[in-house]
Design a protein around this ligand. Structure first.
Ligand SMILES: [Zn+2]
Length: 408
C-alpha cells in the first residue's frame, strides 16, 4: 500500500508498505513512519494519506482512507501549516482559532447535507529536521465528495445554459442562507468551490478554515484574509468588513462566469469599473432580463446596493420567474451592463425553474444582515502588506488562485 508523507519538507514522500496490502494488517498495525524523514504516516492512528490532491502556501490536501470504518471510507485530509515566522503566542492563537473554526465547520457540515461533514481535527507535533526543533501541524479531515467541481465542468463543456445556472444559483442561495443564518460568511464562492457529486447533489466546499485563519489585522477587526481574485468584491479586497452580500457578489460572479464561459477579467470593464458580462453571452444562450438584472444588483460594488440577504435574492428570483416573458428588467437597478440586444430579451423560464415558487416562497426568517464577527481572525504574520497568489488545491482544486493578504 502507498502512503504519502505529509511533512511539507519531505524529500521523498512516497512510501510503499507491502505488509499493509492485507486489510487485517492495515487495521491493526501500530504506526508507520516515512522512510525518508521519519514522519508518522498513519495520522491520528487512523487516516492513511494515499494521494496528494493539491498543495499551496497554506499546506496541502490529500485523498485518504479511514482505516477505522468498515468500508475504509475515503476522506480528505487537509494539512494546515501556518505560514510565516510565528512567535509562540501567535502559534498558540492560531491553534485555538483553528479549533474554533473546525467546530463551526463541524456544526454546519453536520446540519446541512450540501456542506461536507467534518470528521476530525487535530494537531500533530513531531520532531523537526534538526535537534531540539519541533514542528507542529494541524490536520482537518472531512467528507470526500466524489464528483466534479463547476470549474472543471466549465472547462469540459463550455458555457452553461441559463436553466443550469439558475438551478445552481437557487441551490447555492439556499445553502448560503443557512450559512449566513449561522453567523458565517463563506468568503470564497467560486466555481471551483461548488462541487457536483456523481448523484447530482451540489456541495459548497472549502469553508473557512483556511481563509479565516490566515488573516489579517490585529487591531482593526477587519476581515481580510484569503480570497479569490476576480470573485471577491471591493470590500473584501480592501480588508473591510464583509457581509452576507459579500458572498452574494461572488456567487453572481460565479454565475456570469458559468453563463459566458469567460474569465472574470474578460467580463469586468476596468475602464468604467463595472461588470459588463451580457455582451459575452453566447449567441445561442438566452437570458431572462429580470434575472440578468438580479445578477447585476448582486454585482454592485457597494454592499448596500446589493441584496442584503440570500433570502432577498430568492424572493426576487421568484418574482422574476413569475414575471411575464416580455417584462423588462425592473427587479433591480442594472448599473453595470448595457441592455442586451433585443433578440436576447425574451425571457426563458424553464419548466423546472417555474416550479420553484414552493421553494422560493419559504418563510424568510433570517436577519436582514448578519455581520460576521471577526473572532475567527488571527494574525499569523506581521509585516508589510503582502499579496501573493497561491497556486494550490484541495480535493477539488478549490484553493487555487487565492490571494493571501497579510495586513500590517
Ligand atoms: Zn517524509
Amino acid at each position: 500500500m502507498e502512503i504519502v508523507c505529509t511533512r511539507p519538507s519531505c524529500p521523498r514522500p512516497e512510501n510503499h508498505f507491502a505488509d499493509l496490502d492485507q486489510g487485517n494488517t492495515l487495521k491493526t498495525v501500530q504506526q508507520k513512519f516515512c522512510t525518508a524523514c521519519g514522519m508518522p504516516l498513519i495520522l491520528s492512528g487512523r487516516y492513511l494519506t494515499e494521494k496528494l490532491l493539491g498543495k499551496g502556501g497554506f499546506g496541502a490536501a490529500y485523498l485518504a482512507r479511514d482505516r477505522y470504518t468498515p468500508t475504509m471510507r475515503s476522506c480528505v485530509v487537509k494539512l494546515f501549516q501556518p505560514a510565516g515566522d510565528l512567535n509562540p503566542s501567535q502559534l498558540q492563537l492560531a491553534q485555538s482559532l483553528f479549533e474554533r473554526e473546525a467546530a463551526v465547520l463541524e456544526d454546519l457540515g453536520n446540519r446541512h447535507r450540501q456542506i461536507p461533514d467534518l470528521y476530525a481535527f487535530f494537531p500533530l507535533i513531531v520532531p523537526g529536521s534538526s535537534p531540539q526543533v519541533q514542528e507542529e501541524y494541524f490536520y482537518l479531515v472531512q467528507e470526500y465528495i466524489d464528483g466534479e467541481d463547476l470549474e472543471q465542468t466549465l472547462a469540459r463543456q463550455g458555457a452553461f445554459p441559463q436553466s443550469d445556472v439558475l438551478s445552481i444559483l437557487v441551490d447555492m442561495l439556499q445553502v448560503l442562507s443557512f450559512v449566513h443564518e449561522n453567523g458565517t460568511i463563506h468568503r470564497d464562492i467560486k466555481p471551483s468551490n461548488i462541487m457536483r457529486h456523481r448523484n447530482g447533489t451540489l456541495y459548497l466546499l472549502d469553508f473557512g478554515a483556511v481563509k479565516q485563519v490566515t488573516a489579517a489585522s490585529s487591531t482593526g477587526g477587519k476581515s481580510t484574509g484569503i480570497y479569490s481574485m476576480g470573485f471577491a468584491p471591493p470590500e473584501q479586497m480592501s480588508g473591510s468588513t464583509v457581509y452576507p452580500s459579500t458572498d452574494l457578489y461572488a456567487l453572481a460572479v460565479t454565475c456570469i462566469t458559468l453563463l459566458t464561459g469567460k474569465d472574470t477579467g474578460e467580463l469586468y470593464d476596468s475602464y468604467n469599473n463595472t461588470w459588463n458580462w451580457q455582451p459575452h453571452i453566447q449567441p445561442h444562450t438566452q437570458i431572462n432580463s429580470a434575472i440578468a438584472a438580479i445578477l447585476d444588483r448582486m454585482l454592485c460594488a457597494t454592499p448596500n446596493q446589493r441584496y442584503d440577504s440570500a433570502e432577498a435574492v430568492l424572493a426576487a428570483l421568484k418574482t422574476a420567474v413569475q414575471s411575464k416573458p416580455s417584462t423588462p428588467a425592473t427587479a433591480a437597478p442594472a448599473p453595470t451592463a448595457p441592455p442586451p440586444p433585443a433578440g436576447k430579451r425574451r425571457a426563458i423560464v424553464p419548466e423546472h425553474i417555474a416550479r420553484w415558487p414552493s421553494v422560493l416562497g419559504r418563510t424568510i426568517s433570517m436577519r436582514a444582515s448578519v455581520r460576521v464577527t471577526p473572532p475567527s481572525e488571527v494574525v499569523v504574520g506581521a509585516g508589510s502588506l503582502h499579496a501573493a497568489r497561491a497556486r494550490s488545491a484541495d480535493t477539488t482544486r478549490n484553493l487555487r488562485d487565492q490571494a493571501i493578504v497579510v495586513a500590517p
